[in-house]
Design a protein around this ligand. Structure first.
Ligand code: SF4
Ligand code: SF4
Length: 259
């Protein structure tokens, strides 16, 4: 399968592949728990236009959901094409699954970490992926595949050694701390974002309900029962704050480089 042609047809410009050995031990475990034949993750991303952040919360939410759903549709088509060619593949669903880990909500496969391993950027203190071209505005989707050579077999491209990848992708975050200071809910700490404090989530899960919500998320069976409701919840929710994105110095600059 010519993945470059596939992504060109899908108008996806930002994509990459992270072979399992390029991931941390923890992320390798998550990937294989999600899809046991997994050997690599193909990550795809689309940027939210920076103008969207100055629109009303409702309009901003609609734009982001539209981009996220389009990425999810592409991931489903990629899964389908790979499977039809005999390559095991499973897309990472847009809505759920999630898990509680160290008291924090995490995706079952941590796409930001995987995208960083695939060379699409580096992680910032705001816990977002900072992409060299789009800063923190990239939304992500992914497909776990049972092969790790899908790009270089058809296109003659060398699979990057993870250490080379790190050398080629120096930290984009300058550690300025603006995201932390700008957060009106003090939700960003050294261990990441506490989503139950984040202003987009907290109206849905009032403080006293947080332990119950965490308990529910911890019960994967219940989570699966809730999954059909997730698109409805996402469509009804509104993004109430994006300050950790908009205050980041790399928010709007194309080809931003560290001073
Ligand atoms: S979206 Fe707003 S409230 Fe949530 S972590 Fe970012 S700055 Fe804080
Ligand atoms: S605001 Fe500063 S510290 Fe936060 S992610 Fe952006 S560059 Fe890093």
């Amino acid at each position: 399968m010519d993945l470059h042609a596939f992504f060109r047809d899908e108008t996806i410009e930002t994509y990459g592949e992270a072979a399992l050995p390029s991931l941390s031990e923890r992320d390798r475990g998550y990937v294989q728990e999600f899809f046991s034949p997994g050997e690599s993750v193909i990550v795809l991303g689309k940027a939210v236009p920076k103008e969207a952040y100055s629109l009303s919360p409702r309009e901003q939410t609609e734009i982001m959901l539209g981009i996220a759903e389009a990425l999810n549709d592409t991931a489903i088509r990629l899964e389908s094409q790979l499977t039809s060619e005999g390559i095991p593949a499973r897309h990472i669903p847009l809505y759920l699954p999630i898990r509680i880990e160290d008291g924090r909500v995490r995706g079952v496969v941590r796409l930001k970490q995987v995208a960083a391993a695939a060379g699409l950027g580096t992680l910032g203190k705001n816990t977002l992926l900072l992409n060299p071209e789009h800063g923190p505005r990239l939304l992500l989707s992914g497909v776990v595949t049972g092969r790790s050579d899908l790009f270089n077999t058809k296109n003659g491209q060398e699979q990057k050694n993870p250490e080379d990848s790190i050398k080629e992708n120096p930290d984009i975050c300058i550690g300025c701390g603006k995201c932390i200071r700008a957060c009106p809910a003090s939700a960003i700490g050294p261990d990441g974002v506490d989503v139950f404090r984040c202003r987009t989530i907290s109206p849905w899960v009032p403080g006293p309900v947080v332990p119950i919500a965490k308990w529910l998320i911890g019960r994967q069976l219940l989570l699966r029962c809730m999954a059909p409701l997730a698109p409805w919840i996402a469509k009804t929710a509104t993004i109430r704050c994006s300050r950790c994105v908009t205050e980041c110095p790399v928010f709007g600059d194309r080809n931003w480089t560290q001073e």
